[in-house]
Design a protein around this ligand. Sequence first.
Ligand SMILES: NC(=O)c1ccc[n+]([C@@H]2O[C@H](COP(=O)([O-])OP(=O)(O)OC[C@H]3O[C@@H](n4cnc5c(N)ncnc54)[C@H](O)[C@@H]3O)[C@@H](O)[C@H]2O)c1
Length: 324
Amino acid sequence: MNTPQILYLSAADVASVGLDPRTIIGLLETAFREKGHGRVEMPPKPGIHTKPDAFIHAMPAYIPALRAAGVKWVSGYPENRGAGLPYISGLIVLNDVDTGLPYAVMDCTWITAWRTAAASALSARYLARPESGTVGILACGVQGRTHLEALALEFPLKRALAYDVAPDVQRRFVEEMGRKLGIEIAGVDDPRTAVADSDIVVTSGPILRQPVPTIQRGWLKPGAFASAVDFDSYWSPAALAEFDRLTTDDHAQFRYYRRLGYFQQTPDPDADLGELVAGIKPGRADAAQRTIALNLGLALDDMAVAPEVYRRAAARGLGTSLPL
Ligand SMILES: NC(=O)c1ccc[n+]([C@@H]2O[C@H](COP(=O)([O-])OP(=O)(O)OC[C@H]3O[C@@H](n4cnc5c(N)ncnc54)[C@H](O)[C@@H]3O)[C@@H](O)[C@H]2O)c1
C-alpha cells in the first residue's frame, strides 16, 4: 500500500497563492447559498479556553457542492500583540470527501483574514445601500485592512475614516491602504467621528466577554450598515436595539455564543447570511433602515476557501509533501 501524502502549506505558501478577494467572495456566496438550502454539515464550534478572553476552537464543516471537508483549529489570544505574536493563529486540515484521508495541512491566518472580510462584504451586498461611499473602520488591524479592501470591490467607495487606539497602527493603515486602494483615508481621533459620517461601519477590535461598549444610540446615521466581527464588544445595547435589521451568519452558533455569555443584551437576529443569499429572507427594505451583520465566523467560510488554495498551491508546486 502506498503511503498517503499530505501537502503542508506554511503561512507564506498560502499567502503566495494570491487568491484574489473577488474569488473568495464568490466561493463564500456558493457556500452560503448551499447553507441556506440546508445542504452543508457544520456543527457549532467546540472550544477550550486557557485564559480569559482567549479561545482555541475546533471548526469542522462539509460542503458537498464544493467537495470540501475538514476542520480549522484556531486560537485567538488578544494579549499576543504585546509579545509581538499574532492575535489569530492555527491550522486547517482538509480531508478527502470519499476516503476521509487528510490530504493537506495549512496555516489558517491568511484564509481567516480574508474569508471574514468576504463574509462581511457578502452581507453588505444584501444589507448596505448600493451607493455607499464612506466606510468607518474601527480598529485598523488585520481585519480592518481586509474589510476595507473587500468592501471596495462591492461598493463605489470614495472615503474611509480610520480609528485605532494605537496611533502608529492607525497611521500605517492610513498611509498603506490609501496607497493600495487609491481612495481618501482619514485617520480620526475619536470613534464617534468614524461612525457618524459613514454609510458602512466595520468594528474589528478585540472580542471581550465583558464588553466595554463604545458606540452609543444615535451615533449611526439612518440608512447605514454595520459589520461587527468583534461580536457585541464595540456596540452598546442601546445602539444594538436601534437597528431595524440584525443578522448573523448562523443562528445556531449565535445561540451557542449566547450560552457562553456573549450577546446578552443583543436582540435575536432576524436572518442569517445563508437565508439572505438563498433568497429565503429579504435584504434591506428601504434606504432609511439601519442594518447590521453580526457574523461570528464559520467553519463553512474556511472550507469554502481552503480547497481552492490547496488546488492552486499544488498546481504551482508550492508547499512541502509529508508522509502521513
Ligand atoms: N467574526 C469573525 O469571523 C472573526 C474572524 C477573525 C477575527 N475576528 C475578530 O476580529 C477582531 C480583530 O482581529 P484582527 O486579526 O484584525 O486583530 P489585530 O490584532 O490585527 O487588530 C486588532 C486591532 O484593534 C485595535 N484596538 C484594540 N482596542 C481597540 C479599540 N477599543 N478601538 C479601536 N481599536 C482597538 C488594536 O490596536 C489592533 O490594531 C478580533 O476580535 C478577532 O477575534 C472575528
